[in-house]
Write a protein that binds this ligand. Sequence first.
Ligand code: 4NP
Length: 205
Amino acid sequence: MSQPIPLDPESIPTQADAETRAMPPSGAEKPATDGARPFRILMVCLGNICRSPTAQCVMEQQVAEAGLRGQIQVDSAGTGDYHIGDAPDHRSQEHALKRGYDISGQRARQLADADFAEFDLILVMDEANERDVLARCPRQHRDKVRRLAVFGSQPQVLEVPDPYFGGADGFEHVLDLVEDACAGVLARLQQGADSKMPPAGGMEG
Ligand code: 4NP
């Protein structure tokens, strides 16, 4: 694809959309996608050692497979500062690698104020992340913040749950949800300005 990725805010599901399947409010700010630089996605969780590094790698792989490397860039960050500089949790690394995702080279960083202007789409994993991110987010950038899970194929799934204190199933569940939702994000971006929110009652095919 040689054209810049367009992003119509009306093509991006909000939390309320996922719950009500309603059209988002009109008049939302259009993120900058003038073609001068890649479209930038930031994946955000709490520690930046489990969910968001996984989401970053899955999204990067799907972007590469779609031939869009260079047009879409992906990064990740945590709302907390507990693990700054750490490699991803060994369980996340192991489960990701079983599906072909090598996240070993990532290092955790904390969300920075500059990220709100730097990124075009800020995808959080759960309600707490959303609350923490929005609490810091300048008003003009709030429309960039979405839950990753609402891009997935299951309308009732609104979060990618924290696997940190659980067992192996939780890490597999993260991968299942993230793979599904990243495909939805990519589809929305590829549909671009021509896409509209799905009608009430569910996602269209
Ligand atoms: P993440 O998981 O937010 O998916 O990276 C966690 C990692 C660490 C902690 C909690 C969640 N922690 O409490 O240290």
